[in-house]
Design a protein around this ligand. Structure first.
Ligand code: KG4
Ligand code: ZN
Length: 335
């Protein structure tokens, strides 16, 4: 049996996991330094890097022990590690650890694009899904529609021209004084509000598959300044309604254009309850499979990195020892 150790440190989660060649998760450990950043209203790169340094060894050891492996000489076949995109200081901690353990254990290692990792999250819950699949990737830093022929073989068919969906959630939450990260708070608050209480413009109405969220954030600021009596719950509901509406309009346009066997979602915003219901409804309408990965694999984790490693290592072999961290590595540039 082939087993891959995954390591993820691109932002504020220090994570390690062991996944086998059939995408079964044997262990997954996630430590977050979120509490350190909360008071600053966002992730502080320097603090995130230090936190990774403190926890990385114990997180890796726990992932190995949880998978019933010897932490001193584990029976694994390769190490997959996020080498971009992300915060450079954070990426370097995971990448250096991966190279160090690979040298010590005489194993190959492979650098993984974090966004490709998010695309593999759905496979962890449904290893035998039908292909092709259209995936909506919605994270804190990226928003894209990706067409997959098979695992790892993908084409970006639409992406945001400005802010990512998660970024819009975080900015609106900050404006409303709801703290960081904004997504989960707005998600919960929106369920108590009325989306019709605030009129927000619909953006990106054209036929193209690209997204735009920066105008929506500005519209929320203007509308709340003009209507200070509208409750935060109502603002949250109106904002969330507008985000999901745009995401679904583009997904529908993509489904009209491409013939797929299923839809999937990935990235932190894929944990959003309104988005999950909307995607399930669209899949039902089109009569195709719907893959909504469990919330724990939507947000940053190492199981998805190990899963991408199963494909990358199998198809392209190990990375060079000189592999650098690539903070701005785009999904579109992947072969
Ligand atoms: O994928 P992720 O964990 O990290 C990145 O790679 O960016 O995504 C984090 C983003 C944050 O912007 C956070 O506000 C958002 O995911 N998020 C949510 C929810 N949970 C996390 N957005 C909307 N609804 C949620 N339930
Ligand atoms: Zn992520």
């Amino acid at each position: 049996m082939t087993r891959i150790l995954g390591i993820e440190t691109s932002c504020d989660e220090t994570a390690a996991a062991v996944v086998d060649q059939d995408y079964h998760v044997l262990s997954s450990v996630i430590e977050s330094s979120l509490d350190v950043h909360r008071d600053f209203g966002g992730v502080v790169p320097e603090l995130a890097g230090r936190a990774h340094l403190t926890t990385i060894s114990s997180v890796i050891e726990r992932a190995l022990v949880d998978a019933d492996l010897d932490p001193l000489m584990p029976a694994i076949d390769a190490i997959a590690v996020t080498s971009g995109p992300g915060l450079v200081g954070s990426l370097l901690v995971g990448l250096s650890a991966a190279k160090g353990y690979a040298l010590a254990w005489d194993l190959p290692f492979v650098g993984i694009n974090h966004l490709e990792g998010h695309l593999f999250a759905a496979l962890l819950d449904a290893p035998s899904m039908a292909w092709p699949v259209l995936t909506l990737l919605v994270s804190g830093g990226h928003t894209a529609l990706v067409l997959h022929e098979s695992p790892g073989v993908h084409q970006v068919v639409g992406e945001t021209i400005d802010d990512a969906a998660g970024e819009a959630y975080d900015k609106v939450a900050r404006w409303l004084g709801l703290g960081y990260p904004g997504g989960p708070v707005i998600d919960a608050l929106a369920s108590e509000g009325r989306a019709t209480s605030l009129r927000l413009p619909t953006s990106m109405m054209g036929e193209g598959l690209d997204f735009s969220f920066s105008g929506l954030k500005t519209a929320v600021v203007r509308a709340t300044e003009k209507n200070p009596e509208v409750s935060k719950a109502d603002v949250a509901a109106a904002f969330q309604g507008a985000v999901v509406e745009q995401l679904m309009r583009k997904m529908r346009q993509a489904l009209e254009r491409y013939d797929v066997a299923g839809v999937a979602i990935g990235g932190g915003v894929a944990a959003n309850s309104a988005l999950r219901s909307a995607v399930a409804a669209i899949a039902q309408e089109y009569g195709i499979e719907c893959h909504l990965p469990s919330r724990l694999v939507c947000t940053d984790n190492a199981a998805m990195i190990a899963a991408a490693g199963v494909y990358r290592w199998g198809a392209f072999g190990p990375s060079e020892w000189s592999l650098p961290a690539t903070p701005n590595w785009s999904l579109g540039s992947l072969s």
